[in-house]
Design a protein. Structure first.
Lengths: 117, 131
């Protein structure tokens, strides 16, 4: 199983997903992020999915849960870089990713989070 | 025709990659490729989790009017589905998912056929046509 690395810069945790996500990797990421949030007191989580080719119902549910878990640590999650084909497919699948903020790219996502530093 | 096993999470990733390659080769648009790969991911996970593993067969097909498409057949030998109508309902789940796996997969493809009987596994055939 491949692990998704987490980098902390300032008060933000950066996650760039660059592997073909299998279910175990996403669940591991959720646990790793919760531990990092608790250990560092980070105020924001920025997840870059520019390289992610599909988001199915399981991955979508995990992203929603990461948003909910972050909130319990007083941190906000922003999902950035979603591909147009992924956005269309997610909508047709019936997933709204409620509770997760989105931004066009990492720069705009950071702007969203910077209000919380 | 290609045939791939679905026995682990790694296999689910391989199924996605192989479906992507076949969909690309048969001329599906990027959005249609993404829809088909996403549907395949849902169905492969179902076969793994609810069917205890299975196989998928991938095939490039041609319609009566000459359109190219991709046909996928997922087969498992799990416990099967007792109430198919219920299993196909948005939001109905046998586990802790969102209940969008089967119903979502059906929306993402052009043809969808599910056959299952309790005790004799589940078979799902989907087709996505190029436009």
């Amino acid at each position: 199983m491949d692990r998704v690395p987490i980098a902390k810069i300032g008060t933000t945790l950066f996650v760039t997903i660059q592997i073909d996500l299998q279910d175990e990797s996403v669940m591991r990421l959720q646990e790793d992020l919760a531990e990092e949030l608790a250990a560092t007191g980070a105020r924001g989580v920025l997840i870059d999915i520019t390289a992610v080719e599909i988001v199915d119902s399981f991955i979508g549910r995990m992203l929603t849960m990461i948003g909910a878990i972050s909130r319990l640590f007083d941190a906000e999650t922003v999902l950035v870089g979603m591909r147009p084909a992924v956005a269309i497919t997610l909508t047709e699948l019936g997933l709204s990713l409620r509770g997760v903020r989105t931004a066009l790219n990492a720069e705009k996502g950071l702007e969203l989070l910077s209000g919380r530093a | 025709m290609d045939e791939l096993p679905i026995r682990s999470g790694d296999d689910v990733v391989r199924v996605r990659q192989q479906v992507r390659a076949v969909a690309e080769r048969s001329g599906l648009s990027l959005v249609d490729q993404t829809k088909l790969v996403t549907a395949a991911s849902e169905l492969a996970r179902n076969a793994l989790i609810h069917g205890g593993g299975g196989i998928v067969r991938l095939e490039v097909v041609t319609s009566a009017i000459g359109r190219a498409g991709v046909r996928l057949e997922f087969a498992d030998e799990g416990p099967g589905i007792g109430d198919i109508d219920q299993a196909m309902t948005d939001g109905w789940t046998s586990g802790n998912g969102l209940g969008l796996g089967l119903s979502g997969a059906r929306r993402l493809v052009d043809e969808f056929e599910l056959t299952s009987k309790p005790g004799s596994g589940t078979n799902v055939v989907v087709v996505k046509w190029s436009r």
